[in-house]
Ligand binder design. Structure first.
Ligand SMILES: Nc1ncnc2c1ncn2[C@@H]1O[C@H](COP(=O)(O)OP(=O)(O)OP(=O)(O)O)[C@@H](O)[C@H]1O
Length: 342
């Protein structure tokens, strides 16, 4: 635990901004995701102090660090002093050996969403900050993401029927939330995995001062995310309209020649939307770009093409129609004793 320093920067502007950022959500029932770090501790205290229609708090114990249970209990005690119900959600079952952070994250959202649904919360609120957004954008840049990825974390996302994940603190620098807690003598935890350089996020965090020296500040990265989100949303809307024209009767049957006349950014999204509507899963941008790069010459040459993609069969016929259908099951592998030989 740290905190308790009362000689801090004036906290009034942050306090007002916090109240304004939370107000639209607090009119409905909210579940607060609180790890006990400064960001989510600020979220919990600020929400508890504001007028609200019903609040509950949950902490996920991922079972990855021995101290996690005690930390979750510390959050439970703080919630109790604020008069808020608290639940510790344990990640049970086998933990994978690789990709542990991604698996922990998926488990965390699943447990939180299940609990939110159980208690009838309309919003699940997390305390992601401007710094988290900047790190997300940097990670996506490093992966070569397109505009949808560079849009970073969206302020709101549907998690299921009647449940929205909201990130009301995305515009707040972490330093402001730390100062807000310290200015009020509110104690918070430090998560040692935040500094664990086995994880890309922590390694990028170490680079931040260097990048800021070159002007690549958290504010600028967050602004890039906002602009990418705005432009990506516009392109998606245009693509949705175009899909309505290209596949007037059925999204599984597209007019390929009309697709070929669209700007590539729109054509890619039309294809992506059509694949999703036809039941295809999510996929990486590079693979979608490669698919379009194969489809376009086939259309131009009036040639036939068949590709399996995201669990669907994508077939271009000589007349320029693109059909999407569930891919036939893969041919069964040979008998087990023949596998792995040769
Ligand atoms: N163990 C936890 N229990 C409850 N909420 C948590 C827990 N860990 C993280 N959160 C919530 O998620 C927010 C972001 O936390 P953190 O930045 O550590 O997660 P992340 O893994 O980087 O983000 P993301 O979940 O988007 O990948 C926290 O402010 C808090 O609201």
């Amino acid at each position: 635990m740290s905190g308790g320093d009362t000689a801090a920067r004036p906290a009034a502007p942050t306090a007002e901004r916090l109240e304004a950022a939370l107000a639209p959500y607090l009119r409905a029932g909210c579940l607060l995701a609180v790890s006990g770090g400064p960001d989510s501790t600020a979220l919990m205290h600020a929400a508890a102090a504001a007028p609200h229609a019903g609040l509950a708090v949950a902490t996920v114990d991922h079972g990855l660090r021995p101290e996690a249970r005690a930390e979750a209990e510390t959050v439970a005690r703080q919630a109790d002093t604020l008069g808020l119900p608290h639940r510790i959600l344990a990640w049970a079952g086998p933990h994978p050996r690789s990709g542990i952070q991604a698996a922990a994250r998926a488990a965390r959202y699943r447990l939180l969403a299940e609990h939110a649904a159980e208690i009838g919360a309309a919003f699940l609120l997390t305390a992601h900050t401007l710094d988290d957004q900047a790190e997300t954008v940097l990670m996506r840049l490093a992966r070569g993401s397109g505009p949808a990825g560079l849009a970073g974390m969206r302020p709101e996302r549907n998690l299921g029927p009647g449940l929205v994940l909201a990130r009301p603190l995305l515009a707040f620098p972490k330093a402001d939330l730390v100062a807000w807690c310290e200015g009020r003598g509110i104690a918070y935890l430090r998560d040692p995995s935040n500094a664990d350089e086995r994880f890309a996020r922590a390694r990028l965090r170490r680079l931040r001062p260097l990048l800021e020296g070159e002007g690549l500040t958290a504010e600028r990265l967050a602004r890039l995310a906002e602009r990418a989100a705005r432009d990506d949303d516009a392109l998606r809307e245009i693509a949705q309209d175009a899909l309505g024209r290209l596949a007037a009767e059925d999204a599984r049957r597209l007019d390929g020649r009309a697709l070929a006349r669209l700007p590539a950014a729109v054509a890619l999204r039309v294809l992506d939307l059509a694949l999703t509507q036809a039941g295809g899963g999510e996929g990486r941008l590079e693979r979608l770009e490669r698919l379009l790069a194969e489809i376009l010459p086939a259309l131009a040459a009036g040639a036939r093409l068949r590709r399996t993609f995201r669990g669907l069969l994508v077939a271009v016929d000589a007349g320029g129609t693109i059909r999407l259908a569930p891919a036939p099951p893969r041919r069964a592998a040979g008998p087990p004793e023949l596998l792995g030989k040769g």
